[in-house]
Design a protein around this ligand. Structure first.
Ligand SMILES: [Zn+2]
Length: 295
């Protein structure tokens, strides 16, 4: 996209509203405000472009690609392709991306489209929309526990597509839904919800290290697995946790049983993914990677 020399990657617009309760309230909250980044290499006219919605992922495959990057960081390709996750809260605009291989450095413009997600209006008990001071403090504490996990950049041990978190998984629902509780807008839904009876085995989407297993206010009993390369999967509202922090899991390892813990209206599995900090639609990483948009 032309003429966009300076772009803000900030997510301040997400605000700090308290997370409402619901079957879809499990996301630990908006990411911390990020500093404004001035692009060293703004997209130039004639660059390749790729259009991605917030919560989407671009893929740029090629022979002999050695390095991928954007204005903030660089990373290694996965299975020969560079992946560029875009946070659910990313504002419209263009981001400069690049890759390096036999042809040297190639740049492209990643154009962030408007969020296409539906609005969901829910009527709930007002006390579940406005938290007590004690609950707010608890939520803040838990957010401080979780947020550093989004900055982990360990050695990647995953491959695509990821394995679904339930055997015979039904289609996931609700990613990105703009939720309005009692006419008050709240943060968009940052994960995918699967209908699941309490007691259904919940499976790790790939190999990784359990970095958090805890009982949190919104997420209930929840497990966070670091797969390296900045990819983190989250399993929430569990009735039982079967793993411990520091434990290595394989693809398909049972991490717990689904349930209805935390702030929910019914049993389900909330499956969330953060990739290099960005909340992305899990269904994209469960499908054919070649179907992702490419420059
Ligand atoms: Zn959910």
């Amino acid at each position: 996209m032309r003429g966009l020399a300076v772009l803000a990657l900030g997510l301040a617009a997400l605000g700090a509203l308290p997370e409402p309760p619901s079957r879809s309230a499990a996301d630990p909250g908006p990411p911390p405000p990020e500093r404004v980044v001035r692009l060293a290499d703004p997209p130039t006219p004639g660059d390749r472009t790729v259009d991605v919605v917030p919560g989407g992922v671009a893929r740029w495959a090629g022979e002999g690609i050695a390095l991928c990057g954007d204005a903030r960081e660089t990373w290694k390709p996965v299975g020969g392709a560079c992946y560029y996750p875009v946070d659910l809260g990313q504002a419209e605009g263009a981001l400069a991306i690049f890759r390096e291989g036999p042809a040297g450095r190639e740049t492209a413009a990643l154009r962030v489209l408007p969020a296409p997600y539906a609005e969901e209006n829910l009527e709930v008990d007002p006390r579940k929309v406005r938290l007590s001071r004690k609950d707010r403090r608890r939520v803040e504490r838990e957010r401080r526990t979780v947020t550093p996990l989004f900055s982990l950049r360990t050695h990647p041990v995953f491959s695509f597509p990821l394995a679904p978190p339930l055997a015979n998984a039904p289609p996931p629902r609700n990613f990105g839904t703009r939720r309005v509780f009692n006419e008050e807008p709240r943060t968009p839904h940052g994960g995918a919800d699967y209908r699941a009876r309490t007691g259904t085995p919940v499976l790790a989407a790939d190999a990784g290290l359990v970095v958090l297993a805890a009982s949190h206010f919104f997420a209930g009993r929840s497990v966070y697995v670091d797969h390296g390369g900045g990819l983190l999967t989250m399993y929430m509202h569990l009735s039982r946790i079967d793993v411990k922090p520091g434990q290595h899991v394989a693809r398909g390892t049972q991490v717990g049983l689904s349930g209805a813990t935390g702030r929910v209206t019914g049993p389900h599995l909330h499956f969330g993914i953060r990739w290099r900090g960005a909340r992305v639609d899990p269904s994209l990483l469960l499908g054919d990677p070649a179907a992702l948009p490419s420059p």
